[in-house]
Design a protein around this ligand. Structure first.
Ligand SMILES: [Zn+2]
Ligand SMILES: [Zn+2]
Length: 350
């Protein structure tokens, strides 16, 4: 059944959309050349030099708006969220990503993200297959909202980045149990010939609603991340195995395999900087390599609601850091830490 035109990703959009199956992004049926919404105002391939990195946002629209405002104030050109962004479009019908898209386009600050453990991987992998990519390889989920898949690499102002999202959910057991219960209930309803609502049809199709079996980095994804080439900045959701924050409720055996995958990449690539979220706790650490190099690790707190609920500080100012990328140094690992939330890194380009 063809439905009426879908709500556009932005009021500025000139293109025509129609709704696809529930939980999937709308399909564009006609593209208007020069559309101010779909032609991303700031392409990350066009020389970003200052970016605001943020910890988990968990679908908190107000917090993401606050981060966009903070980016403007700090004269950063984009916001990059380090996982648990809030891709739960199957439950909120895309309200969060629509709202973020609208605000991002209005302020011309793209919002980029890598996946955490609480992001819908079924949708992300579908989008990976059929959504447009910008020249840096980010996948445009909606106008101004870009997704960075595992092992994705790009260069900003001579600084070489790689993202590697994912983590183990410490509350996996009850989430899996919950999904199984819902699935069983929906199955019984279907057997009786009752009609199913959109959410019920969704879980019948995918079998997952609050927990995703793709949440951890797979061996193939790790191999892909370890491919040749240097990395100056590694962006992850989970922590590397070797960092030792003084507070960590995710230091249990089930979490270690994913953390070790990140550690393998740190050991092989010796990035100068690693930024991550997931712990909902801000800390800094230095990891030393046998050759004398060091990796500066910085973890960021999350949105205030989830932060204070999980033992974090609840302080929004601990939920972001600003990185300035400067070209022209021969030593790609040159880093200057200016204050707790600000640092600059010199790339090899220029
Ligand atoms: Zn997480
Ligand atoms: Zn989280």
């Amino acid at each position: 059944m063809r439905s009426a035109a879908y709500k556009k990703p932005s009021p500025k959009c000139w293109c025509e959309f129609e709704e696809t199956s529930y939980g999937n992004p709308p399909t564009k049926v006609s593209e208007e050349p020069g559309c101010p919404s779909c032609e991303i105002p700031v392409g990350p391939g066009l020389g970003l030099t200052r970016v605001l990195f943020a910890g988990d946002t968990h679908g908190d629209t107000n917090h993401v708006r606050w981060l966009i405002d903070a980016a403007k104030k700090e004269e950063a050109q984009a916001v990059f969220v380090l996982g648990d962004f809030g891709i739960w479009d199957h439950l909120d019908q895309g309200n969060f990503t629509d709202n973020v898209s609208r605000y991002a386009l209005k302020h011309e600050i793209p919002v980029l993200f890598l996946p955490g453990n609480h992001d819908n991987y079924d949708l992300l992998f579908e989008w990976e297959a059929d959504r447009p990519r910008c020249e840096d390889g980010f996948i445009w989920v909606k106008g101004g909202v870009g997704y960075s898949p595992r092992g994705h690499r790009w260069v900003w102002n001579g600084v070489r980045f790689m993202s590697l999202g994912g983590a183990y959910s410490i509350d996996k057991k009850w989430r899996v149990h919950d999904d199984e219960q819902v699935l069983a209930r929906v199955g019984r309803k279907q057997d009786k010939g009752h009609s199913l609502n959109a959410r019920e049809r969704y879980i019948l199709r995918t079998g997952q609603m609050t927990w995703w079996h793709q949440e951890e980095i797979s061996q193939a994804e790790l191999d892909h991340a370890l491919r040749p080439g240097e990395v100056d900045v590694l962006l992850t959701h989970d922590k590397p195995r070797a960092s030792r924050p003084d507070w960590n409720r995710k230091d249990i055996e089930d979490c270690w395999e994913n953390q070790q995958a990140i550690q393998d990449v740190v050991d092989a690539k010796k990035p100068r900087v690693l930024l991550h979220g997931h712990l909902h706790y801000a800390y800094e650490a230095e990891l030393s390599h046998p050759g004398g190099e060091e990796t500066f690790v910085k973890a960021l707190d999350c949105d205030p609601g989830a932060s204070s609920g999980s033992g974090g500080s609840g302080d929004r100012h601990k939920s972001y850091a600003i990185m300035t990328m400067l070209p022209g140094k021969t030593d790609s690992h040159d880093l200057t830490i200016m204050s707790a939330g600000q640092f600059r890194i010199f790339g090899v380009g220029g």
